[in-house]
Every structure is written in C-alpha cells, then in structure tokens.
Design a protein. Structure first.
Length: 244
C-alpha cells in the first residue's frame, strides 16, 4: 500500500523494458510508482506486481498519451490522490522509413506519441507540482535526436523537440525547486533499438563495443529524480557508450 509520506512518480511507457527498469529503480528509491501502458494494462499490472513483490509501492494505469482528452481525464483522476511530483516521459514509438518513402501517418503518429504525449501528460501536473515546491521531470530521448539516424527523421524530430521544450520548461519551473532534464540513451539491450543491431554493427557504432543495459539508463533517471540532483536543470545527458 502507498504510504502518505511517499512521493508519487508517473512513468509513461512504464510497461516496456526501459520503462520497467526505471519504475523498479524509482520504487527502490522509495517512490510510489504509477506504471503507465498505452493499451496493454496487463503488462503494466505485471510490472507493478513485480515492484510490489520486491517490497515497493506501485499501481498501473493505461491510456493513450497521444489522445489529449483521454490523458487529461486519466491524469486528473490520478491527481485526486494528491500531486505527482516525479514524472518520467518515456512513452515513444518507432515507425522507421527513409523520409523520401515516409507516409504522413508515419510522421505524425511518432510525433504525436513522443512530443504531444509529453505535453498532454506533463502540463496538467505542473501547477499541483509547483504548489508542493518540489518536482522532477525527466524525458527519455535518444541518441538519434543528437546525431541523427537514417530512417528516423520522424523519431529524431520528435525526440529533439523534447530537448528544446525541456530547456524552456526548466527555466519556467526552476524557482519552484522543479528540475526538467532529458536522458538520451544509445543502443539499449532489449529495447526496440537494441534488437535491431547485430553485435558486429554495435562494435562499429558504439565506442564501448556493447549495448547498454536498461538498468544503466534507469540509474541516471533515478539520480536525476532524487534530492542530490536539485541543481542539475535543463540538461540533455547521453547514456550511449561514447557515441556522441
């Protein structure tokens, strides 16, 4: 059960490999974690059950972050139980194609989830968070947003937009002791990206010569969501084995 004194964290895309690792890290750090899934509530419930089995506090929710009205209703329902002081915007999708052969639907859906989803989830949380005078907002981007990547103009555009939005929001919220940062993973094991790269390709493109572990990304997210990271604000931090 959630205890009154616990801070609450919402992790979007929390039912996936990376989101699950982030949720487990935040729970281990003493937060009550709200594990979000897009449509598959059962997957989010399974992650929440794992967290509880390890002694943490968690619940599961499902809604489509690209749908503004549905997201607002879901977030307002969560706020009935009090402010959410930590939010990790991890929801995102790939729909890769060279831009010359990319459909408008491919372009828009990827941007809807990563960029509009960031607004739909984060905006209604800001004033309740500000009233507590403490908050942590972390968005998960990608090395593709920094370096570019073939076949990912839509994904890189959506994720790079989070960098500018986060830097601006950091300036707006800093006086309320709220930090806004971005974590930009490289090739991570088990994720959509990690499965796509054979080991010989990984050795060519990643100076460290290996894929990263979800827990290595989660460790940074956990630190940024903690007390000690209060003066780190408006930053984009790579977790990519030296890719750039």
């Amino acid at each position: 059960m959630q205890q009154e004194s616990m801070k609450r964290a919402l992790v979007t895309g929390g039912s996936g490999d990376l989101g699950g690792a982030i949720g487990k890290r935040l729970a281990a750090d003493g937060l009550h974690v709200i594990v979000h899934a897009n449509g598959n509530l059962a997957r989010a419930e399974a992650v929440a059950a794992d967290i509880r089995a390890d002694g943490g506090s968690a619940e599961a929710v499902a809604f489509d972050v690209a749908e503004g009205d549905a997201t607002r209703k879901a977030v307002e329902a969560l706020l009935q139980d009090g402010p959410i002081q930590v939010v990790v915007n991890n929801a995102g999708i790939h729909d890769d194609a060279p831009m010359a052969g990319m459909s408008e639907a491919q372009w828009k859906r990827v941007i809807d989830v990563s960029l509009h989803g960031f607004f739909h989830v984060t905006q209604p949380l800001l004033l309740p968070m500000a009233r507590t005078r403490w908050g942590r907002i972390v968005s998960v981007s990608s090395v593709a947003a920094v370096l570019g990547n073939r076949g990912q103009t839509n994904y890189a555009a959506a994720k790079a937009a989070l960098h500018g939005a986060s830097k601006s929001l950091a300036r707006e919220m800093a006086a309320r002791n709220i930090t806004v940062n971005v974590v930009a993973p490289g090739v991570i094991e088990g994720s959509m990206a990690g499965d796509a790269f054979p080991s010989e390709v990984v050795k060519q493109i990643v100076p460290a010569g290996r894929v990263g572990k979800p827990e290595e990304v989660a460790a940074l997210v956990g630190f940024l969501c903690g007390e000690q990271a209060g003066y780190i604000n408006g930053q984009v931090i790579g977790v990519n084995g030296g890719m750039g």
